[in-house]
Design a protein around this ligand. Structure first.
Ligand SMILES: Nc1ncnc2c1ncn2[C@@H]1O[C@H](COP(=O)(O)OP(=O)(O)OP(=O)(O)O)[C@@H](O)[C@H]1O
Ligand SMILES: O=P(O)(O)OC[C@H]1O[C@H](OP(=O)(O)OP(=O)(O)O)[C@H](O)[C@@H]1O
Ligand SMILES: O=C(O)c1cccnc1
Length: 467
């Protein structure tokens, strides 16, 4: 993969930074919030992914000599380029843990740094977190509906270029069991697996010979693609012949794969043929433009499919394609800042903030998060963000702080987990989310409230701007 250096950014970040530097504002402190406005896929939740990958990149982020030479050609002044030569991220980051379940319009991550440092990491932060959270969410939806069937990511060839690399990481966090993507397996320690393509079968004069040669190479993990010519007339019978030959060698055919036609019908008929031959242990894999809705339908048809291979619809996050995560200024030079909008939902919340997940005394999520000033540690009353008449007493409920210090002085403050550990954490957190937020159609919306103090601060700032 190409190396990510500090020019993995938008030009405007550098132009603003240049102006901050020249006007001696760059060392002023700033606080930015990362959040998104809408759950993807019309769903009721989002899986937060990409954080630990981001932290590792921020730790070593710098402008290389080649970067600086390039920027010189873009008319950046010498003294600013000298500043960039020494640039490192020294700030603090407070964040929800990677893999947690998050919802719209509340901070998921807070950056506290000098204005210039906070600005120069915006693009990479949004790029990594938005994409991986989108794909982890898509993956989680399929995991939820697929129950304990295996889910494999086959998407690299259909991904938006190298995005497929991060899609595989995110898919695993969202609950996939493995990927066909070898470099993702190598770098993120994700299990890799693969079957065979139609070209392999086509390259032989007959299908049986193709299956035999393949099986000889894979005594344990052989999966035969049975739909090249005629699934039930040739494909499955040829796979059965090879499975019997494998048995004679003390081996076992692992699975057959279906990749076209009515997958429920072919899975049922293939299952009958395999079982009649005493091959109950041979699994059935299916692929071809799967997504959570097709998987749901196949499950409802009792299709005996053990393994789903999912490509395009997973890695491109269809039909959304992007999570709308944003990075908004909340404090600058010690002063709270606000962005006013006609659209109430777009008015930002000033100050450095904390977010609490409200639970009952047993830790069960009650369906609301509350945003407060970071200095508050137990919230008595939570207010609706816009409706002055809606409020709720939460003083006697438990409140779990979600934003934890994950970086300080540019150093990572948490133990970096394996992707498998993040996936396991995500699975456990997802179990805590009540069913009504998980359904595909009209899911419940996880509520948001703001503390009395934060509400007052926001109103004061809005008034002062009106004047
Ligand atoms: N039993 C089924 N129930 C619901 N959806 C299915 C079922 N079988 C297949 N699908 C889905 O329907 C879509 C189109 O399948 P279709 O039958 O057109 O495949 P196909 O066009 O025959 O494949 P190919 O063109 O590669 O031969 C795919 O997204 C597939 O996953
Ligand atoms: O349908 P998706 O969810 O995107 O899953 C990936 C698809 O990629 C492969 O097809 P392709 O035609 O590229 O190669 P093949 O010759 O191996 O079938 C595979 O057979 C799947 O159908
Ligand atoms: O291993 C497979 O079957 C596979 C891999 C990538 C894309 N489609 C299928």
């Amino acid at each position: 993969m190409f190396n990510i250096s500090a020019t993995y950014t938008d030009l405007y970040q550098l132009r603003m930074s240049q102006a901050y530097f020249k006007n001696n504002k760059h060392e002023q402190t700033a606080v930015f919030d990362y959040y998104f406005r809408k759950n993807p896929f019309e769903g009721g939740y989002t899986i937060f992914a990409g954080l630990e990958d981001l932290l590792q990149k921020l730790k070593t982020l710098k402008f290389t000599r080649d970067d600086l030479n390039f920027l010189k050609t873009q008319n950046f002044p010498e003294d600013f380029l000298n500043y960039l030569k020494e640039f490192r991220f020294h700030g603090k980051i407070f964040s929800v843990m990677e893999g947690d379940i998050v919802f719209p319009n509340r901070p998921i991550l807070r950056v506290e740094a000098t204005l210039i440092e906070a600005q120069l990491i915006e693009t990479i932060l949004l790029n990594l977190l938005n994409f991986q959270s989108l794909i982890a969410t898509k993956a989680c939806r399929m995991r939820w509906i697929a129950g304990n069937r295996a889910l494999l990511d086959f998407g690299l060839r259909r991904a938006q270029g190298p995005g497929g690399y991060y899609a595989s990481r995110a898919a695993f966090i969202g609950g996939f069991n493995g990927t066909s993507n070898v470099i993702a397996g190598e770098n993120f320690n994700i299990p890799i697996s693969g079957t065979m393509a139609h070209s392999f079968v086509q390259s032989y004069d007959n299908e049986l010979e193709a299956f035999r040669d393949f099986a000889l190479q894979l005594p344990k993990q052989c999966v035969l693609l049975v739909d090249t010519y005629n699934t039930l007339k040739y494909g499955v019978p040829n796979a059965i012949t090879v499975a019997k030959e494998m048995e004679a060698r003390g081996e076992r055919l692992y699975a057959i794969r279906l990749d076209s036609g009515d997958l429920a019908y072919f899975a049922k008929e293939s299952r009958k043929l395999l079982d009649a031959a005493g091959l109950e242990y041979v699994k059935i894999a299916a692929s071809n433009q799967l997504d959570e809705y097709v998987i749901k339908s196949l499950q409802e048809q009792n299709a005996p499919i053990d393994i789903y291979g999912v490509g395009t619809n997973l890695v491109i996050g269809k039909p959304n394609g992007a999570l709308d995560g944003v990075y908004k200024l909340a404090v600058s030079n010690g002063k709270p800042r606000i962005k006013i909008s006609e659209n109430l939902i777009k008015i930002t919340l000033p100050h450095a903030k904390q977010v609490y997940r409200v639970t009952d005394k047993n830790g069960t999520w009650i369906g609301a998060d509350v945003i407060s000033l970071k200095t508050e540690n137990h919230i008595e009353t939570m207010h609706h963000p816009f409706d002055p008449f809606k409020q709720m007493h939460i003083g006697d409920l438990k409140q779990e702080p979600l934003l934890k210090e994950v970086m300080s002085n540019g150093e990572i403050k948490i133990k970096i987990r394996t992707v498998a550990e993040i996936a396991e954490y995500s699975r456990k957190r997802f179990e805590q989310l009540p069913l009504e937020y998980k359904r595909f159609y009209n899911p419940h919306q996880y509520k948001i409230g703001i503390s009395s103090l934060l509400k007052k601060e926001q109103e004061t700032l809005i008034k002062s701007h009106k004047n």
